[in-house]
Design a protein around this ligand. Structure first.
Ligand SMILES: *[C@@H]1O[C@H](CO)[C@@H](O)[C@H](O)[C@H]1NC(C)=O
Ligand SMILES: *[C@@H]1O[C@H](CO)[C@@H](O)[C@H](O)[C@H]1NC(C)=O
Ligand SMILES: *[C@@H]1O[C@H](CO)[C@@H](O)[C@H](O)[C@H]1NC(C)=O
Ligand SMILES: *[C@@H]1O[C@H](CO)[C@@H](O)[C@H](O)[C@H]1NC(C)=O
Ligand SMILES: *[C@@H]1O[C@H](CO)[C@@H](O)[C@H](O)[C@H]1NC(C)=O
Ligand SMILES: *[C@@H]1O[C@H](CO)[C@@H](O)[C@H](O)[C@H]1NC(C)=O
Ligand SMILES: *[C@@H]1O[C@H](CO)[C@@H](O)[C@H](O)[C@H]1NC(C)=O
Ligand SMILES: *[C@@H]1O[C@H](CO)[C@@H](O)[C@H](O)[C@H]1NC(C)=O
Ligand SMILES: *[C@@H]1O[C@H](CO)[C@@H](O)[C@H](O)[C@H]1NC(C)=O
Ligand SMILES: *[C@@H]1O[C@H](CO)[C@@H](O)[C@H](O)[C@H]1NC(C)=O
Ligand SMILES: *[C@@H]1O[C@H](CO)[C@@H](O)[C@H](O)[C@H]1NC(C)=O
Ligand SMILES: *[C@@H]1O[C@H](CO)[C@@H](O)[C@H](O)[C@H]1NC(C)=O
Length: 742
């Protein structure tokens, strides 16, 4: 509630700054940016911008509407953004040709050992020629063009198919690696946050030897497809990414000729498909052969927290790698406590006094002082000391008050979303670490009971985490609240403590006053896992340039490493089809390919109005009649999921079609595995192929006993010819869907 009004405030203030020329201030203050989505571009001599003007003229009943039109989407699909009142927005939604009108929304950015961890080492089979022909579009906070990760040494000219340009603003130069840039914010495409440089380099950064964060995680930083080209689309300024900008980036990127798009951002909550820029943009991208990856979101671990719910894109969860950062504190009594942080500082073997926030505050009340709330700590009382604060949020204050170090419990009074980040080692702006509450309490009692309590904070070290990969707590969970028969997230990839390129003007920690500047930084989030999957998709594309987005997506999903449900209590809802496996993904054997019209049939079966579907798809295809109507769960997806009624036993069936992309003459057998009491039948049980690209259909029937409310049962189906294992999770659940706006 407070969050959304804050967002609203940002919008209104931004708009007011731009629109100083208005006369009737009262009405103008009520205007906000709305996006009118109008589906596919009609062919012929249709001129989208003049249509947009005439719609606005009719709506506002005046001829000069230039001040109200913010931007037109005209290159890859049809629509515009305009400043409207709520009334006008409602009215516009009823105009002929308009699919939807929705308010501009704030999207959130959701951060290399990771490739080796996946078995994708530097000796992996590659086709450098084909790889250098792949263009990855990165929709993010811009890019730092001078980073070594984006140097074009050894690169030839951009691929001929490239139709984009370098419009990065002043003092922004592209090269043969970073072949394009566009900016939708008021500044330049230069990345001042670090996020966009990090994601772009994770996907396609050069091999950089000896990269590290102050010696931590030292090694070769590299993107998954280092020979691929990058086009950066900057949709976020320092703080805010808006859906209006995101839609514009899709409009351009599709027309520019990118091969794949990666978007490590999104709405925090699932939003109806044609009221959401990533869903709209990725629909048109997919229809033009471009696969889109999106981060699942950082709103875990509650069920149905996944914000990326769109069926035609790949939604990526974040998991750990086998490298884990820990930090230690050695107490004066010789005891050592281990906690979490990426601490680049060393106290050089000196133990310093400990002081509790309560004793170091002269101006705040007791509870604020204990937590080191902003402004509470007294500089002279924390100088040359390690301050103990009862809340992680005290870290910034400890830094700003000039403490030598800080120790905090992994507890935060901030939002739930941030709380789930407490289990991750984050970069700290001063020597600091987060302890478990038990360890923190024992530290506090040492401090309180010892006359000269002292301690030393050590620089972080990396340890091997044999439990990896485990889905991070912050990673958003399924099921899909919008389309409960489409499993989300789709796949998991490394997203915890990832080292990659950074902006040399941004603080490496989340503390704004951290004055350090780095070229490489360690960050965590589904934002970081998303470009890993984009790179693998690009890698698959280098071997199969003619594969459709759904075929590539299927290849990634059916070859994913199965993850361990005993380590991931939310099982398939946390990792989807499993952990991405680059080496296997190029040779999946069979793919669940979508044929033309499948996306439209899914919209039809999901209850969207036929008139709107025609506008969206730009075809006259109407929805199938009732009798032949397919069900959403029959959408040819690489996972099989459906919602059933709680408390009733069930029998559900799924129809699927696979395409042979492995060996021309091959025979696949179906195998089912399940830890649940599910009876799964596959008809037929054997699929025999004679040629490549041959298609075979089969049905899967799942019977089970009644499930409780908000619960799930899962199994998996694997088609195997002895070489390829084509695995699909089967998930039956009872989580109700949100009310739809179709
Ligand atoms: C590289 O990966 C391949 C395939 O995963 C593996 O067979 C090989 O042993 C690895 N090489 C090294 C040096 O780790
Ligand atoms: C590499 O890719 C190029 C372009 O797609 C193709 O012509 C060539 O045959 C491939 N080389 C190998 C060794 O597969
Ligand atoms: C361009 O940007 C780079 C990186 O911030 C900076 O070093 C350089 O001075 C800038 N040049 C101009 C002319 O502003
Ligand atoms: C990397 O750093 C190590 C020592 O820190 C040095 O010995 C080595 O030469 C460096 N390698 C490169 C390629 O810079
Ligand atoms: C520890 O030594 C390093 C390198 O000499 C120095 O930069 C740093 O300031 C020292 N830290 C403290 C707390 O004295
Ligand atoms: C900070 O603490 C010192 C020592 O107790 C005290 O003299 C000083 O007034 C305090 N400063 C503030 C701003 O409270
Ligand atoms: C302490 O101060 C904070 C901040 O001024 C305030 O929000 C809080 O209610 C106070 N707590 C008590 C127990 O007085
Ligand atoms: C944090 O993660 C570790 C390792 O993955 C796990 O053992 C621990 O239980 C987690 N703690 C919390 C509070 O989730
Ligand atoms: C220190 O310990 C004493 C005795 O156990 C207790 O009364 C007091 O509240 C403690 N002080 C702090 C700051 O926790
Ligand atoms: C269409 O199908 C639905 C559900 O299968 C059914 O309830 C409805 O009566 C059917 N309508 C017509 C016109 O056949
Ligand atoms: C699958 O089930 C559908 C609906 O019952 C049926 O029309 C179709 O023939 C079945 N396909 C196979 C391969 O058995
Ligand atoms: C498939 O099943 C047949 C009959 O059960 C068996 O002979 C064959 O070895 C199986 N093939 C594979 C690849 O498992």
């Amino acid at each position: 509630m407070t969050n959304s009004s804050f967002v609203l405030f940002l919008h209104i203030s931004a708009i007011l700054m731009l629109c100083i020329s208005f006369s009737s201030a009262a009405v103008e203050e009520d205007r906000k940016t709305y996006i009118a989505y109008m589906g596919s571009l009609p062919g012929g001599d249709y001129i989208p911008t003049s249509h947009h003007f005439s719609l606005l003229q009719a709506l506002l009943k005046q001829s000069s509407v230039e001040n109200y039109l913010i931007r037109s989407y005209t290159r890859s699909f049809n629509g515009f953004a305009a400043k409207l009142t709520e009334e006008e927005a409602k009215k516009l939604a009823s105009f002929k040709g308009v699919v939807s009108v929705f308010p501009n929304q704030v999207y959130h950015l959701q951060t290399t050992r990771s490739w080796d961890f996946m078995g994708f080492n530097q000796t992996a089979k590659r086709n450098a020629t084909a790889e250098s022909n792949v263009i990855i579009g990165v929709i993010d906070s811009g890019i730092w063009p001078e980073s070594d990760s984006f140097s074009d040494e050894g690169f030839g000219p951009p691929p001929k198919k490239w139709k984009g340009s370098c419009n990065g603003g002043q003092n922004f130069t592209c090269n043969n690696k970073l072949i394009g840039a566009r900016v939708y914010t008021t500044d330049s495409a230069r990345d001042t946050l670090g996020h966009g440089s990090h994601t772009a380099s994770t996907a396609a950064g050069n091999h950089i030897q000896n990269a590290s964060f102050y010696g931590l995680a030292e090694g070769t930083a590299r993107g998954g497809v280092p020979s691929a080209r990058i086009a950066a689309y900057k949709v976020c300024d320092d703080k805010v990414c808006t859906s209006e900008n995101v839609l514009a980036a899709f409009d351009d990127a599709i027309a520019d000729g990118v091969d794949l798009l990666t978007a490590s951002l999104g709405a925090t909550v699932a939003t109806e498909l044609y009221y959401e820029s990533v869903a709209i943009g990725s629909f048109h991208a997919s229809e033009k052969g471009i696969l889109v990856m999106q981060s699942a979101g950082n709103s875990g671990p509650l069920p149905q927290s996944v914000g990326s719910v769109t069926p035609w894109l790949l939604s990526v969860a974040a998991s750990t790698t086998d490298r884990f950062f820990i930090d230690k504190v050695v107490l004066g009594n010789g005891k050592t406590l281990t906690g979490l942080s990426v601490n680049s500082f060393s106290l050089n073997g000196t133990k310093v006094p400990l002081v509790y926030g309560l004793q170091a505050s002269t101006v705040c009340n007791e509870s604020s002082a204990r937590s080191c709330i902003s402004g509470c700590l007294n500089r002279s009382l924390v100088k040359n000391k390690i301050v103990l604060c009862d809340d992680m949020d005290g870290l910034d204050e400890a830094h700003d008050a000039g403490a030598l170090g800080s120790i905090l419990p992994a507890v935060s009074t901030r939002s739930l979303q941030q709380t789930s980040f407490l289990n991750v080692s984050l970069v700290v702006p001063l020597p600091a670490l987060a302890l478990s509450t038990d360890d923190f309490d024992s530290l506090k009692s040492y401090q309180n009971s010892t006359k000269q309590a002292i301690a030393e904070l050590l620089k972080s070290e990396t340890i091997e985490d044999s439990s990896a990969p485990v889905v991070a707590k912050f990673s958003s969970r399924g099921p899909n609240i919008l389309l409960p028969d489409i499993l989300k997230p789709d796949i998991s990839a490394p997203g915890v403590d990832i080292l990659a390129a950074f902006s040399p003007v941004a603080p490496p920690s989340t503390t704004a006053t951290d004055e350090r500047r780095v070229k490489y930084n360690i960050i965590s989030g589904t934002s970081m896992s998303c470009p890993h999957v984009a790179a693998v998709a690009a890698y698959v594309k280098t071997f199969h340039p003619d594969w459709s987005p759904s075929a590539i997506k299927s290849a990634l999903m059916t070859t994913a490493f199965p993850m361990d449900p005993s380590k991931n209590p939310d099982a398939d809802f946390s990792y989807g089809s499993g952990h991405v496996n680059p080496v296997k993904a190029i040779n999946p054997g069979l793919v669940y390919d979508n044929v033309e019209g499948d996306n439209v049939r899914l919209l039809c079966s999901s209850g969207y109005s036929e008139e709107k579907i025609r506008l969206i798809s730009g075809t006259n295809s109407s929805c199938p009649k009732n009798s032949t109507k397919t069900l959403p769960r029959d959408f040819n997806y690489p996972t099989l999921t459906t919602l059933v009624k709680a408390g009733d036993s069930f029998t559900v069936s799924f129809q699927r079609t696979v395409t042979n992309v492995g060996v021309a003459t091959s025979t696949y057998n179906a195998t089912i595995s399940s830890n649940f009491d599910l009876e799964v039948g596959v008809i037929p049980q054997v699929l025999s192929f004679k040629t490549l690209w041959e298609k075979k259909s089969f049905n899967v029937t799942v019977k089970g006993k009644a499930l409780g409310e908000m619960s799930m049962a899962s199994a998996s189906l694997t088609w195997s010819d002895g070489i390829h294992n084509v695995r699909s999770p089967i998930v039956i659940h009872t989580y109700l869907a949100a009310t739809r706006v179709v």
